[in-house]
Design a protein around this ligand. Structure first.
Ligand SMILES: Cc1cc2nc3c(=O)[nH]c(=O)nc-3n(C[C@H](O)[C@H](O)[C@H](O)COP(=O)(O)O)c2cc1C
Length: 360
């Protein structure tokens, strides 16, 4: 299913305007990462300079296991944002995704707002993006191939966003056939499929089903950061059914640290994202078992306000803190941080982990 290209493009701009506002970001209240504490090692038997965060992902050597999550493209005004994000990803050696490419599947003129990312970020993984509703049905595998070819992508991220679509006034609310579509696309594409949420998380139960369908990389995109319920709710009149529901469901979903722990018990690659606001949060994702950490809104804000220099500064801050957290837990490599369970859970996160039978 492909919708009206002008409408899609206009929606992109509205999303950008609303996503700039802090009141749609749940991490300003709680990201849940405050309930994860990494275990301090006061006796690191090494130099800080010995910490090596380099990491292989999708065939590339990254400077750190970090991903600028898929966000934008699809309107002329998004070209400069994507260029800034891509310049920074290339310069700092981290992976990058583009936003949903549905607009460009219909309107060729918009292709460059996405392909600028591959043109700029030539030596890091670039991830294509489509919503699940655009891979359901007969056209699904073809849409998926075109999205990948459009930007010569190293993987395709399919986003699951049922809450967002229902709150969105013009959303696609029929998800019948989702799993079969994911299975077909996974089989037919030459590049890996990443299945992601957009801020409500992926549970162990859902991940098991996805794994059976052939998915090998899951980006949990859990609750605790950007709330797409709140963003879409702002596009309906105050007091209307959707507006009221958007507030009620603002923090719906599985908190990111919990989702990371749950999905990491399976043999799939896990990307920890949703409310990751610092290198310390990113390090916590790795300590909980993730293979990569990702963030969207922190890089988006810096790109919009300051261009690529701002994004580079943010990435540097992330990577420094990831390295510091590794050092202070006595980990010299990403795998040492990932595999030794150097964390403690507190408060409601500990209660939820117990409820979900996660044995820490
Ligand atoms: C401005 C903006 C646009 C986004 N557009 C998309 C998109 O097109 N496709 C997608 O899969 N996720 C999209 N996302 C969701 C992010 O990839 C991510 O899953 C979510 O924002 C949670 O991460 P955060 O809390 O770090 O922002 C977007 C996020 C932002 C902030």
């Amino acid at each position: 299913m492909i919708d009206n290209p002008e409408e899609t493009s206009q929606r992109k701009i509205e999303h950008i305007m609303i996503a700039k506002r802090d009141d749609i970001d749940l991490s300003t209240t709680s990201s849940w990462f405050e309930h994860v504490r990494l275990l301090h090692n006061p006796l690191p038997d090494a130099s800080f300079d010995d910490v090596d965060l380099s990491w292989k992902f999708l065939g590339y050597e990254l400077k750190a296991p970090l991903l600028i999550e898929g966000m934008t493209g699809g309107h002329e005004a998004t070209l400069s944002i994507n260029r800034a994000l891509a310049e920074a990803a290339q310069a700092e050696g981290v992976a990058i995704g583009v936003g949903s490419q549905r607009a460009a599947l219909r309107n060729e003129d918009l292709v460059r707002t996405y392909s600028i990312v591959r043109e700029t970020a030539t030596e890091v993984p670039v991830i294509a993006n489509l919503g699940i509703s655009h891979v359901i049905g007969d056209e699904g595998p073809d849409n998926a191939k075109r999205a990948v070819d459009m930007i010569d992508a190293d993987a395709l991220a399919i986003h699951l966003n049922p809450l967002q679509e229902v709150i969105q006034p013009e959303g696609s609310v029929d998800f019948t056939g989702s799993l079969a579509a994911i299975r077909d696309v996974t089989r037919e594409l030459d590049v890996p499929v990443i299945v992601k949420e957009v801020g409500s998380g992926i549970s162990k139960e859902a991940a098991i089903v996805l794994k059976r369908a052939g998915v090998r990389i899951i980006d949990v995109a859990g609750q605790g950061g950007t709330s797409w319920s709140l963003i879409e709710g702002e596009r309906s009149p105050e007091g209307s059914v959707r507006w009221v529901a958007s507030r009620r469901f603002a923090d719906w979903g599985l908190p990111t640290p919990l989702a990371v722990m749950e999905v990491s018990t399976l043999s799939v690659k896990v990307i920890g994202s949703g409310g990751v606001r610092s290198g310390l949060d990113a390090a916590k994702c790795l300590a909980l078992g993730a293979h990569m950490a990702g963030a969207a809104r922190p890089f988006f804000i810096r790109a919009v306000e300051e261009g690529s220099d701002g994004v580079r500064d943010e990435l540097n801050k992330f990577i420094f803190e990831m390295k510091l957290a590794a050092f202070l837990t006595g980990s010299l490599t990403v795998n040492q941080l990932r595999l030794t369970k150097k964390y403690l859970l507190t408060g409601p996160l500990k209660t939820l982990a117990n409820e979900r039978h996660i044995f820490i």
